[in-house]
Each structure stands twice: as C-alpha cells, then as structure tokens.
Design a protein around this ligand. Sequence first.
Ligand code: F0G
Length: 462
Amino acid sequence: MTEKRMSWAEPFKIKMVEPLFMTTPAQRVKALEEAGYNTFLLRSEDVYIDLLTDSGTSAMSDRQWAGLMLGDEAYAGSRNYYHLEEAVRKYYGYKYLVPTHQGRGAENILSRILIKPGDILPGNMYFTTTKAHQELAGGTFVDIIVDEAHDPRSLFPFKGNVDLAKLQRVIDEQGAERIPYVSLATTVNMAGGQPISLANLKAVRALTAKHGIRIIHDMTRVAENAYMIQQLEEGQGARSVAEIVFDICSLTDGATMSAKKDALVNIGGFMATNEWDVFEEARNQVVLYEGLHTYGGLAGRDMEAMAIGIAESVQDDHIRARVGQVFYLGEKLLEAGVPLVRPTGTHGVFLDAKAFLPHLPQIAFPAQTLAAEIYVDSGVRTMERGIVSAGRDKLTGDHCYPELELVRLTIPRRVYTQAHMDVIAESVARVYQRRDRITGLKMTYEPKYLRFFQARFEPLRA
Ligand code: F0G
C-alpha cells in the first residue's frame, strides 16, 4: 500500500517535450468551419490541448521506448508475443491471448465467434464500437446498467453497476440460450467513466453462472476501475490495485482490450479467453482480419511496449496520479459552477450539455455545439458523447435520444501538466459565462457507420 500523501503529484519527471502550436481565435474559427463543426475533423496542429480522447495518446515511459528497440519482427512466433502473453497471464490471469491492432479488432473477432443472428447482449451501457460489432454479427444490445448511470446528478459511487433485476428480466424474457454473454465494461465510458463495484461483479457472476452465461469483460480501463474500488469499496482499501485488477478479471470468462488506454501504448489491443474452443476459433478468425495469431496486426515492438505498459498500468502510484489529475480538473470546474456528470469519471470530466445549454433542444446537438464553442475559445479539443454518438435506431431509423448529452474532456495519461488543467478549466468557465448567447447546429452530412467520427454540421442562425 502507498502511504498517505498530500498531493496526487506525478511519480515521474519529464525527459522529452513536444512543442505545441498556439493559434488565434480567427484561425480557430476558420479551422472549425473547415472541420464541419466536428472536433474529430480538426487537424491536430490546430489544437492546443487535445482532450479528444485518452486513446493512443498516452506518453510512454523510457522503459517502453527502450522496449521498442527490442522488437522481434519475425512474421511468426515473435519473442515479444510471448512477453505479452506472460504479462496478460500474470496481471490479468486470462489463459489464452490473441493480439489485435486495437480494441475493435478484438470486438470484431469475438462477436463473430460468439454471436448468432437473433442473440441478445445485455451490458452495463453500450460502447459505440462494441455495440456496432455486436449488431454486425446479428445481435441486439440491451442496457442493464443501474438507473443512476443515466442521471448526471446522482452521486452514487458505482454507476457502472449492473441492475440485477434488469438482467434477470432479460434472462426470463429472452431465455438464457439466446444470451451468449453479458458484456461488462470496466469502467463505463459512456456513463462518464464510472466504475463497477467488486460486490456487484460477484453478484453478476453468481447470476450468470446459474444460467450458464459467460461474462465478456471490456477491460479497456480496468486499472482505473480497480483504483476506484480500492478508494471507495468497503474492505478493499488495504489491497493493491494490481490485486483488485486480477480479481476483476478472474470473475469473467474472457476479455477484449483496447491497450491504447490503460495499458499506455499508442496502438494495440487483444482478445483473451479462458476457453480453449473460443481461442481456437479466434486463431482462425484473426488470420483473416488482423494477421497471424502471434502478431494480430501489430509490430513486435508494439507488443513489447504493451507488455511493459501493462505492468506499469497497475502500479498504485501511477494510477493514483492519473486519476488524481482528472479529479483535480473536475474540482476546478465544479468550483466554477459548471454542470458535470457526478462523480467525476476516471479518464475524463464529462460536461452535462443539457444543463449547460438548457435552451437548446437535443436535435440542435447541444454537446456537439459546446465542443465547438470550447475549441473556438481556447484551442482545447473535446468530444461529443450524446445524440450524435448514439446514432440511429436500428428498426425505426430515427435518431436515438440518449438521456446523457455530454461533452467529454478526456485526459491523456502522463501528457499534460496541472497548468494545462487550469487553462482548460478557465476556458470552459468562460464559455459557461456566455452560454445564453450560444445557438445550436444542424447536421449537413451523415456517414453510415459510427457517424460521430465524420459527420458535418452548420450553425443554426439565432
Ligand atoms: N471499449 C471501450 C470502453 C472504449 O473506450 C474503446 C475506445 C473501445 C472499446 C474500442 O477500442 O479504439 O482500440 O478500437 N474508445 C476510444 C475513446 C475510441 O475515445 O473512448 P479501440
């Protein structure tokens, strides 16, 4: 256990810096117009502080960079694959590993193996790519997260929990044979980076075991979830994050991982399973979609950096500083009276755009609008997580209207300083001061899949 300390200050110092570009308001207005008011379509050089995502944006350690030099770029049987397998077994406990180029590569393979047309996938809230692959395989996602997760004002500490009654109802109504697995994420990204408790996970395990249903773990931010369990769950405070991570994984049957988050690499992911049959089929699929089963679309050096990143990611000091920085920003914004999802998430602060811009109807895309306004104000790039991300209803073709209409300020790991956090908070507070004068957007181009990435917008005139 770490001793009690005053500050979340970083357990590292900076050895190399990347200069940032400073822009003028006029340049930013022009850049935003060219990007169709979609922060995903901005050029990174036009951005000062990039909070678009914590995915692939972390700073690697000197050890990880050194690991790149140890890449064994053999087509088959790379030494680095075996290092990665060792790390996955040691820190997560899963038996079999199939590397993939990133998380959605693993989701594709796993969905193709486990889901039949007509199947039902209950989960603790959807994630965009996960749900897309479940649907492509013919499945239907059903939300079984606790109601508190849909209420940005609820202070419930474990908003990632499964509502067991909802899960039981899905099993009773659909039949266990139509449910290949329960889809469980640690933490829940779309709910605002909210954790699931160990007690709840154990209860989900007991219920699914009774019906012979698997749990597939989206373990993208499992160390952050484990840290919140350590901090908040009764009886867990004296245990290390590494121990809790291992426990979480051992309550599930397999996993998909986007190593671009928790595991501190710029690219990479994997699928893991404890079932030999699933592993065998995954090795058949991976050669079609990613590459041979010992590299899965990655260079040997990428797998080495990932193996080292996994070990670093479960260190108490690392995770305490990582989440500490996010909470620091959350506190600053609360002090300024800005409406946020409470409690603050572990990978970012989520602004409640419905409460920030109450005069805008959801069809005027309040969160998309707010992300655009923050960019113009300061060059800080954030991301919409609301009606645009939710996409359209598969049956009716109408927009989905999610309860949560959010702007995500996602903090890359080990990249920005406390002064950067202050700049961000000041900028959001300035936009909040002039919120009454903000008008919404209309969508002028809508792509077929995952529309938030490439959709274009124009301002609605006041
Ligand atoms: N699951 C979760 C919970 C995620 O947050 C992501 C990616 C994925 C799966 C897919 O992984 O990007 O490696 O293919 N989230 C990124 C984000 C894109 O910005 O939140 P991927």
